[in-house]
Design a protein around this ligand. Structure first.
Ligand SMILES: CC(C)(COP(=O)(O)OP(=O)(O)OC[C@H]1O[C@@H](n2cnc3c(N)ncnc32)[C@H](O)[C@@H]1OP(=O)(O)O)[C@@H](O)C(=O)NCCC(=O)NCCS
Length: 180
């Protein structure tokens, strides 16, 4: 039996935000427990409300029993405001894009396939042509994880939010080709 076999993955939309908001905040607080002195990390509830207020918000949460252990969420990019746009010389013919905003898995469930499980669950349900995400350039191992799922770095971008790190812009076609 795989390590993720006991997990239940549930999908949520904008209207579910009141129901899932605290679970997202609690998982994030656990994941970043050693780094909550960072003002950017402290802003996570603002990000949850920002993304969750989008009527196209899409989120999956993995549960072990009743306990939320990881999540993935995002929303479709506004056309012409995709994070990849300034970095590609030629715009792909098929360019509807899903912005994959957040992925987090609690420490005890790391290296179990849970990150791939929630990523697949989120992205396999999408109709867009592309998926784009941002990853802190000082986290090359996380970037390598995304590369193993078929993402490639197309540029760098600093999100326009106080304290945001410089990030690699990573792009993949949908459905994902890698073994996520
Ligand atoms: C990213 C994440 C979901 C991957 O989970 P996983 O598939 O079980 O893989 P791991 O936890 O083993 O992480 C993969 C590698 O990235 C590294 N890594 C993970 N999160 C990291 C972070 N926030 N900062 C720096 N390195 C990190 C791990 O140390 C590991 O490196 P290693 O292979 O050299 O041991 C999980 O590590 C996590 O929740 N990290 C914190 C949140 C995060 O960084 N999310 C991604 C935002 S773009």
């Amino acid at each position: 039996m795989s390590a993720t076999a006991n997990l239940t993955v549930r999908r949520y939309a904008h209207t579910d935000l009141p129901q899932i908001r605290q679970a997202l905040i609690d998982v994030h607080a656990d994941v970043y427990a050693d780094a909550m002195d960072d003002a950017f990390n402290q802003r996570f509830p603002w990000f949850v409300d920002h993304w969750g207020s989008d009527r196209t918000f899409d989120c999956v949460i993995a549960y072990d029993g009743d306990e939320p252990v990881g999540f993935a969420y995002g929303a479709p990019s506004a056309p012409y405001r995709e994070w990849w746009r300034e970095h590609l010389g030629t715009v792909p013919v098929a360019h509807r894009t899903f912005a994959y905003s957040e992925l987090a898995v609690r420490t005890a469930w790391r290296r179990t396939g849970t990150a791939a499980l929630v990523t697949r669950a989120l992205l396999d349900g999408r109709k867009e042509d592309l998926v784009v995400l941002l990853v802190d350039i000082t986290h090359p191992r996380v970037q390598a994880l995304y590369e193993s799922w078929g993402f490639r770095k197309v540029g760098e971008r600093r999100p326009p939010v106080p304290g945001a790190p410089l990030c690699a812009v990573m792009l993949a076609g949908l459905p994902l080709g890698g073994p996520a």
